[in-house]
Design a protein. Structure first.
Length: 255
């Protein structure tokens, strides 16, 4: 095989790899988010930070994943929906890195008793990853919240989709309420899916226990396996396409 033909074959292989990577980019990105969240070290805290960081929020990008990879995350509790087998840790600070790990408490100074606790999270389109599963919640479902050493159980009273400019769902209340917010789809949207839940039991003090609070977090074993499996399938597709291309090329040359 002369040098020109070799370069042509290598060029075609490179185009195949680039094409598969471009098509698979959302899957690869979301798989990496799953792997990073599974491996984040959670440091449980109850005292609010003196400086709460905020920044402009965008869909999860590779730099957000890289920034969080291997970093410890300060968690202030968890939110769980047992009927969905779902739960995420709660973080303080509206940052892209925090949203790549769990739910962000929008008004951290609010306490469970007689306030509206508002928690926002990303919807990435992978089962059990971040806030996507809450779209499956139903009215009457129980939601368990543990926040800064207090715990309460709620029941879902309403589900609705609102415009992103509708800030009424963020307003505080004089009763104990929980509000979960995410996008209605993995794609960029100007709509928000909102879950409203009311108190179902007495607010009670609990001892902070990160293992208890996040026992459902991301369905750790299954989520971790699915993330790696997704990356493996992408690699397998690339190898398969290149192998088929070489097989066809050899057959043509033989004839």
């Amino acid at each position: 095989m002369n040098e020109k033909k070799l370069l042509e074959k290598l060029g075609i292989d490179l185009l195949i790899i680039i094409g598969v990577l471009m098509i698979s980019m959302p899957l690869i990105k979301n798989s990496l988010v799953g792997i990073v969240t599974q491996n984040s070290v959670l440091v449980n805290k109850t005292k609010l930070p003196s400086d709460v960081e905020t920044e402009s929020i965008h869909p999860v990008q590779f730099e957000d994943i890289i920034k969080q990879a291997g970093q410890a995350a300060d968690t202030y509790g968890s939110v769980q929906i047992e009927s969905l087998g779902w739960g995420v840790p709660l973080l303080i600070g509206v940052t892209n890195a925090n949203l790549a790990v769990g739910g962000v408490v929008l008004y951290p100074e609010r306490t469970i008793e007689n306030h509206n606790i508002v928690i926002a999270g990303h919807h990435l389109g992978i089962s059990q990853l971040l806030f996507g599963p809450i779209l499956e919640v139903k009215e009457g479902d129980q939601i368990d919240l543990n926040y800064r050493g207090e715990a309460a159980s709620y029941f879902v009273t309403s589900l609705k989709e609102v415009d992103e400019t509708d800030l009424t769902v963020l307003e505080d209340t004089d009763s104990t309420q929980l509000t979960l917010i995410t996008c209605p789809s993995p794609q960029l949207s100007n709509k928000r899916f909102v879950v409203i839940a009311k108190l179902n039991s007495q607010v009670k003090k609990t001892k902070a226990n990160v293992e208890l609070n996040v026992r459902q977090w991301q369905q750790s074993k299954n989520g971790f396996f699915i993330s790696w499996l997704s990356l493996f399938l992408v690699l397998l597709v690339m190898i398969g396409l290149i192998t088929i291309k070489h097989y066809i090329s050899n057959k043509i040359n033989d004839n």
